[in-house]
Design a protein around this ligand. Structure first.
Ligand code: 5AD
Ligand code: SF4
Length: 451
C-alpha cells in the first residue's frame, strides 16, 4: 500500500515547484501525495524565511504536528517529520534544537538526496541534517518524468541570487545564481507539454539574469530561451518570474514585442518609489530608470500590464519617501501587487541600519499603499467588462457547471461552461469585474465553432 506523503508549502512559486519535484523524488520510495496531513507517513514543511512572520509560522505548525506524531507513535505508527525550504537552509540547526522531534532537515539544493536521507531517518533514531550547497546540481539527479496537474506548470530555469538587496535573505538561503543548461530546460518544457501543460512559467529568483549553456556551447539569455520555447507545439502560453528591473535588457523587451505566446503581463518588483530608499536597498536602479523601462516595455507591447512588490517602512524611509512610492504607483498603475511591511532579517545589512521605522507607522503606510493598489486592481478588472479575452480553463468553479480559468493577465475568470472545456483555451466575453476575479460568458463565435 502506498505510504501517505503530505507536503505543506509556504512562500513563493519556487517552493511550489520544489514541492512538486520532492513528490516526484519520493514516489519511487512508495510515497503518494495527499492533501490531508492526518495519518500521513511523512509530513514535509516547505518553508519561507523572507519575513519573520513566515518563518515563525513553521514553529507553530511543527508544534501541532508533534501532537499528531506522538498520537501515531502510541498506535505503533511512524510519522517522518521533515522541514525543507529557506527556513531549513537558514536555521537548520536551530530547527533541530527547537523541535527535536523533527526527523529530517534539508535545504532546497539537496532534495535529490532524499532517498538516502529517508533511509537514514527511518533506520536510525538520530536526526538527519543536509543543508549543503552541493557541487552536483540537483536538477541532474531528479527524476526525468514530470507530472502536470491541470494545464499550467512551473519550470525552474534559474536559482539563487547575487544581488544582495540589503533587506533580503534569498542570497543566503538560495545561494549564488545558477542557470540550468538551455537544452535541459527545453527538454523539461517538452516533457511538461507532453504531460498536458499548455502554459509554462519559467521560474527563477532572478529569472532575467538567466544565461544557460546551449547545446553548441554558446550562452542563451532569457529572451532566446523564450523564443525557442515558443516553437514547442502544444505550448500556448509562456510566462516568467521574478524579474530584476536593473537587468531587463532590450532582447527581453523585443521578445515581449515579437513572441505572441509570451503573455502581456510582467511581474517587475520595484519595492519603493524613492531614490534614497532604493539606494539604501541596493536595488541598482533609480526611480526614473524604472519609469523609463516601463515606457520602453509599453512601447514594445502596448497591452502589457505590470505587477510589482513593495516594501514599506524600510529603515530611514520618511514620509516624503513614502509619498514618492504612492506617486510612482499612481503614475505607473499596477494591475496586481504584493506589499509588505519591512521585516528585519538576521544577517542582512538592513537589519543593522539606523532609523528603523516604528511598527505603527509601517502599518499605516501599508494600509494606505494597499488601498491604492487595490483600487488599481479593481479598476483594471472593471475595465475588462465587455472585452473578449482568451481564457485557459484549469479548474472547476465553486458552483456546479462552472469552470475557472486564467486570462492572459492571470485574472481568475469564472464562466458557466461544460466540463469538456476543461484544459482548453476559449474566448470569453467579460461581464463582471470584482476585486479578485472576473465573470464572463463563452464568446458566441466559440459556441458556433463547437456546434
Ligand atoms: N521584509 C519585507 N519584505 C521583504 N521582501 C523581501 N525581503 C523582505 C523583508 N526583509 C519582499 C520583497 C520581495 C518579496 C518576495 O518579498 O518585496 O520582492
Ligand atoms: Fe532578494 Fe534582491 Fe535577490 Fe530579489 S534581487 S531575491 S529581493 S536579494
Amino acid at each position: 500500500m502506498a505510504k501517505k506523503l503530505h507536503i505543506k508549502t509556504y512562500g513563493c512559486q519556487m517552493n511550489v515547484y520544489d514541492s512538486e519535484r520532492i513528490t516526484e523524488v519520493l514516489k519511487p520510495l512508495g510515497y503518494g501525495a495527499s492533501d490531508d496531513p492526518k495519518g500521513a507517513d511523512m509530513v514535509i514543511l516547505n518553508t519561507c524565511h523572507i519575513r519573520e512572520k513566515a518563518a515563525e509560522k513553521v514553529y507553530s505548525e511543527l508544534g501541532r504536528l508533534r501532537i499528531q506524531k506522538e498520537a501515531m507513535a502510541k498506535k505503533g505508527q511512524r510519522m517522518v517529520l521533515a522541514v525543507t525550504g529557506c527556513v531549513a537552509q537558514a536555521e537548520g540547526e536551530e530547527v533541530l534544537r527547537r523541535a527535536p522531534y523533527v526527523d529530517m532537515v534539508f535545504g532546497p539544493q539537496t532534495y535529490h538526496r532524499l532517498p538516502q536521507m529517508v533511509a537514514e531517518a527511518t533506520r536510525a533514531t538520530g536526526q538527519v541534517l543536509d543543508t549543503d550547497f552541493p557541487e552536483e546540481s540537483k536538477f541532474d539527479a531528479l527524476p526525468v518524468d514530470r507530472q502536470v496537474e491541470g494545464s499550467a506548470a512551473f519550470l525552474a530555469i534559474q536559482e539563487g541570487c547575487d544581488k544582495f538587496c540589503t533587506y533580503c535573505v534569498v542570497p543566503y538561503t538560495r545561494g549564488a545564481e545558477y542557470s540550468r543548461p538551455a537544452s535541459d530546460v527545453l527538454a523539461e518544457a517538452k516533457r511538461l507539454v507532453a504531460a498536458g501543460a499548455q502554459e509554462i512559467t519559467f521560474l527563477g529568483q532572478n529569472v532575467n539574469s538567466y544565461h544557460g549553456e546551449a547545446a553548441d556551447g554558446s550562452e542563451w539569455n532569457l529572451a532566446r530561451l523564450i523564443r525557442e520555447a515558443a516553437d514547442i507545439d502544444g505550448l500556448e502560453r509562456i510566462r516568467f518570474m521574478t524579474s530584476y528591473p536593473a537587468e531587463v535588457d532590450d532582447d527581453l523587451i523585443a521578445a515581449h514585442r515579437d513572441v505572441d505566446k509570451l503573455m502581456p503581463y510582467l511581474h517587475l518588483p520595484v519595492q519603493a518609489g524613492s531614490d534614497r530608499v532604493l539606494q539604501a536597498m541596493n536595488r541598482n536602479h533609480s526611480v526614473d530608470e524604472y519609469r523609463a523601462l516601463v515606457d520602453k516595455l509599453r512601447t514594445a507591447r502596448p497591452d502589457i500590464a505590470l505587477s510589482s512588490d513593495f516594501i514599506v517602512g524600510f529603515p530611514g524611509e520618511n514620509d516624503t519617501d513614502f509619498r514618492d512610492t504612492l506617486k510612482l504607483v499612481e503614475d505607473i498603475t499596477f494591475i496586481q501587487a504584493y506589499s509588505f511591511k519591512y521585516s528585519a532579517r538576521p544577517g542582512t545589512p538592513a537589519a543593522l541600519m539606523d532609523f528603523q521605522v516604528d511598527e505603527a507607522v509601517k502599518a499605516e503606510r501599508l494600509a494606505e499603499l494597499q488601498a491604492l493598489l487595490n483600487t488599481q486592481t479593481l479598476d483594471f478588472n472593471k475595465a475588462m467588462i465587455g472585452k473578449t479575452m482568451a481564457v485557459l480553463f484549469d479548474r472547476s468553479g465553486k458552483k456546479p457547471g462552472q469552470l475557472v480559468g486564467r486570462s492572459p493577465y492571470m485574472q481568475a475568470v469564472v464562466v458557466d461552461a461544460p466540463e469538456d472545456l476543461m484544459n482548453t483555451t476559449i474566448d470569453v466575453t467579460i461581464e463582471q469585474g470584482g476585486p479578485n476575479s472576473l465573470m464572463g460568458r463563452i464568446f458566441d463565435d466559440n459556441t458556433k465553432a463547437c456546434a
